[in-house]
Design a protein around this ligand. Structure first.
Ligand SMILES: Cc1cc2nc3c(=O)[nH]c(=O)nc-3n(C[C@H](O)[C@H](O)[C@H](O)COP(=O)(O)O)c2cc1C
Length: 191
């Protein structure tokens, strides 16, 4: 686990559980003062994703996880520690957006099922209404093909990330991933 990630997630309760079940606390080197920087590895991985899971926390303390999907690369790397994506009104429930008004912290999981990889991120979100965003920012995050216009832009300042092990990730493939491997996703085409 990365030092930034452990510094945030190894709380007293987590350390107590480690002592109880593991016999000792996992070693936690001091977190570096420097801000997190996404490397080329994370940047390329994020650019290739067509979905992610976004967890927020409500003012009643309940976590809430939402699935977000879009065209490949809709989650943009906008800087060394900054991600962004456009948000439309969708189902009009505004669970994530409402929660972010109370607490701007998020946890994200980005899955790569075919290659059995996953990247976890922790960050702080700034919600910017499209009408108040700079044209440059709007141009960077907009999805031109979207049937609904975006209402907001979510800017995520990443404070920690961690690559999980691949164990227990079952390979799964989208239709286009099957097609790129020369496999027809339509079983009626199988001889
Ligand atoms: C018309 C319509 C369009 C939607 N578009 C998307 C979308 O592009 N991506 C997505 O993950 N969910 C989409 N959804 C599903 C949810 O509405 C969307 O995830 C929503 O923004 C959830 O926000 P919340 O977590 O703040 O409640 C759409 C829903 C509707 C009804």
């Amino acid at each position: 686990m990365s030092r930034h990630f452990a510094a945030i997630t190894y709380t007293e309760s987590v350390k107590a559980a480690q002592r109880q079940y593991n016999g000792r606390e996992l070693q936690l080197a001091a977190a570096p003062d420097a801000k997190v920087e996404l490397s080329a590895r994370e940047t390329e991985y994020i650019a290739a994703r067509d979905s992610f899971y976004l967890a927020t926390v409500s003012e009643t303390g309940w976590p809430h996880v939402q699935h977000r999907g879009g065209p490949r690369g809709f989650l943009k790397v906008l800087g060394p520690d900054t991600l962004g994506f456009a948000d439309c009104n969708g189902n009009r429930q505004y669970l994530s957006i409402g929660n972010l008004r109370h607490d701007n912290r998020v946890a994200m999981i980005l899955m790569d099922y075919p290659n059995r990889r996953r990247l976890k991120l922790l960050g702080h979100v700034r919600v910017i209404d499209v009408a108040e965003a700079s044209p440059e920012l709007v141009a960077k995050v907009m999805q031109p093909s979207k049937e609904l216009p975006a209402e907001r832009i979510l800017l995520i300042t990443v404070v920690a990330f961690d690559w999980n092990c691949s164990q227990y990730i079952t390979p799964r493939y989208t239709e286009s991933e099957l097609q790129s491997r020369g496999i027809s996703p339509n079983p009626t085409n199988v001889p």
